[in-house]
Design a protein around this ligand. Sequence first.
Ligand code: 13P
Ligand code: 13P
Ligand code: MG
Ligand code: MG
Length: 364
Amino acid sequence: MPQTLSVIKADVGGYVGHSAMHPEVLGVGQEALVRAVQSGLLIDGHAASCGDDLFLIMSHERGENDEPIHKLAWDTFVAGTDVAKRLRLYGAGQDLLVDAFSGNIRGAGPGSAELELEERPSEPVVVYLGDKTSAGSFNLPLYKMFADPFNTAGLVIAEALHAGFAFEVHDVKEHRKIVLNTPEEAYDLLVFIGSPARYAIKRVVARATGEVAAVSSTDKLSLIAGRYVGKDDPAAIVRCQGVFPAVGEVLEPFTTAWTVEGFMRGSHYGPWMPTAQAQATPSRFDGPPRVVALGFQLAEGKLVGPRDMFDDPGFDNARAEANRVADYLRKHGPFEPHRLPLDEMEYTTMPAVAAKLGDRWAEI
Ligand code: 13P
Ligand code: 13P
Ligand code: MG
Ligand code: MG
């Protein structure tokens, strides 16, 4: 029986501001998953936070897009919202964009990444949790893990990886998808995924076996809502070892603090800082954006873990780099390229200011 790993996440209220999650809200998530294991719906579950987002990591045998699993996540987010409202947390229910659940979490606000697998004798997986950034931010790290031989030695020296990987890319604005094979179509792939605001890697498949190697959440809150409510704060699941990159190769891209969109008001570029879970509390200018890596060994679907993979001095330089980049970008204040270009800004006073000053513009 194939297993499914589902990571479904939402911001249901921040403590304080957008900086972190209140322990009671996290407790609601944990308790809901424990009950779902007891009832037999889940094999196992783990609730975690990154910044103000609640990530439900669930292992089960029901496949992707399963209604009871998605309903479990939705009901848990609603229960978390109730706690957030009672504690007057900031943005209670922020990512729940519809009044009632209607069969699938997609299009309702929360982000989801789901992956089916036949468990190997040893099955290491890394679940990434992002905050203060957008769907698409995993493009660069996923490319490096699965297509860059300077990152992943196994692409060159391990026979099982030599066949390369297939990338399923979603055009989040036009709702279409394409599959491109690396290494031979790497340049074509990069044309698209180099613009992560529009093209996001949804899935990576090992060409040697056809197994899914990685998935990420590509749900765009602002496109669903038609306005800014918060950032997408995406999740990703990556399988490791064997026909996949080793755990260390999967973590290696995060030794650089890549520039991603998000940060204050979702409207700035900032460095993506890899941190231990305890440091995933973006406070300076509501950032810098964070990424947490939770490692698990699967044991017949049980989530043995998590190990907090960025809780390692090996990532100290990336954190220092993130702080240097944040200092430098912050000095630009309201100027690009710290502030996003106008058409990518999550919110702007431009229409109101332009209307107010409309009759003061003169021909040159
Ligand atoms: P695998 O051959 O199991 O992928 O392990 C390689 C390794 O240990 C490098 O980290
Ligand atoms: P979140 O998406 O994490 O809620 O952040 C929103 C924001 O506007 C931060 O300044
Ligand atoms: Mg928030
Ligand atoms: Mg958030």
